[in-house]
Design a binder for this molecule. Structure first.
Ligand code: SAH
Ligand code: SF4
Length: 356
């Protein structure tokens, strides 16, 4: 029988599993704490569980999800990016960003992505498969374990790595529940952000479930003509449909919504786009994150010049729209999603050894 990965289970399922092993239900909570609070790497470390239970666990279950294939640090050492090799040979990327007191983990939700946004390295590689709950959760646990060695802990999680979280809806929300459980990592629901390309029905469903974890919407263009060029999914759900849904999300949550906008030189950084965006979101409870594009191999566009960024932001301000220019941390290690995997595959093809 294939061992069960315990990081695939929520607490109720873990309880059922523990009971099926002939153990009392309360053992599940102890086990859960070992999984998340102590983030131990094997069953032998679970010292308050009986030896017989540990043996049963070792034969029926596993804690192993993936292995590190490659690691990179930014030049200032504040950003660390890890490429994980999954059991079936797929690769995903996870990034740790240290910024002041924050320790933010940027996690992947799919291997590849089906949405095909033209400027995105993950979009350029296409869709391989959804990640399991364990594969999502274990990325955070892996860094939690590493940070604990220096007395640090994970403060924030952003689902902005590879993949579209709402295209892997069930596993994404189950992972959220595991990460926010008070007896586990105990991450505040609002310390996590789900970034979405704008899958309208899934956004509605998410809003209806009254979840506390905020969404960020990757808008990147304020006219359909421009957004169609950058984000193919806009042809399915256009800007009008998306904005109606965004208004619904704000109404349901009562909270400010974030829009993301990768500024591409002479493409979507024009004053016409700034005006269109200003008109679109004027008066809305929202904030715009402006991120100069991280260039990728499969796309010719480049990051906006400083003067274009400033002019764009100033124009937005005229509409009363607040925005922040985000520096892409770790740009020197290609921390844009999908880029490390590309490099690893290239190096593997060139016969180089992947470092670990
Ligand atoms: N699929 C989700 C989350 C993963 S992408 C989404 O699209 O929102 C996370 C963010 O990085 C998105 O806002 C995406 O548009 C942005 N992004 C992707 N490639 C980028 C690049 N090359 N430069 C800047 N931002 C990029
Ligand atoms: Fe997928 Fe997001 Fe990349 Fe678009 S930007 S291809 S939705 S990961």
């Amino acid at each position: 029988m294939k061992p069960i990965n315990l990081y695939d289970l929520d607490l109720d399922e873990l309880t059922a599993f523990v009971v099926s092993l002939g153990e009392p239900a309360y053992r599940a909570r102890q086990l859960w704490q070992w999984l998340y609070q102590h983030a131990v790497a094997d069953f032998d470390a679970m010292t308050n569980l009986s030896k017989s239970l540990r043996q049963k666990l070792a034969t029926r279950a596993t804690l192993h999800t993936f292995e590190q294939a490659m690691v990179q640090f930014s030049s200032d050492n504040q950003t660390k990016k890890v490429l994980f090799r999954l059991a079936d040979g797929q690769f995903i990327e996870t990034v740790l960003m240290r910024y002041e007191k924050r320790r933010t983990i940027c996690i992947s939700t799919q291997a590849g992505c089906a949405m095909g946004c033209v400027f995105c390295a993950t979009g350029q590689m296409g869709f391989m498969r959804n990640l399991s709950v364990a594969e999502i959760v274990a990325q955070v646990v892996w860094f939690a374990r590493e940070l604990a060695e220096t007395g640090e802990h994970v403060s924030n999680v952003v689902m902005m790595g590879m993949g579209e979280p709402l295209h892997n809806y069930d596993n994404t929300v189950k992972a959220l529940d595991c990460l926010t459980d008070a007896d586990g990592l105990n991450l505040g629901a609002r310390k996590i952000t789900i970034s979405t390309v704008g899958l309208v029905p899934a956004m509605r469903r998410y809003a209806d479930e009254q979840r506390q974890t905020p969404l960020a919407v990757s808008l990147h263009a304020a006219t359909d003509a421009e957004r169609d060029k950058l984000i193919p999914v806009n042809r399915r759900w256009n800007i009008a449909a998306l904005m109606e849904t965004c208004a619904y999300v704000i109404e349901q949550t009562g909270r400010r919504l974030t829009f993301e906008w990768a500024l591409i030189q002479n493409e979507n950084d024009t004053l016409e786009q700034a005006d269109a965006l200003g008109r679109l979101v004027q008066g809305m409870l929202c904030h715009v994150n402006l991120i100069p594009l991280n260039p990728t191999q499969g796309y010719g566009g480049g990051p906006s010049s400083r003067s274009n960024v400033e002019a764009f932001q100033a124009r937005l301000a005229e509409y009363g729209v607040s925005s922040t220019v985000r520096v892409r941390r770790g740009i020197d290690i290609q921390a844009g999603c999908g880029q490390l995997r590309d490099r690893a595959i290239l190096e593997a093809q060139q016969g180089k050894q992947l470092s670990s």
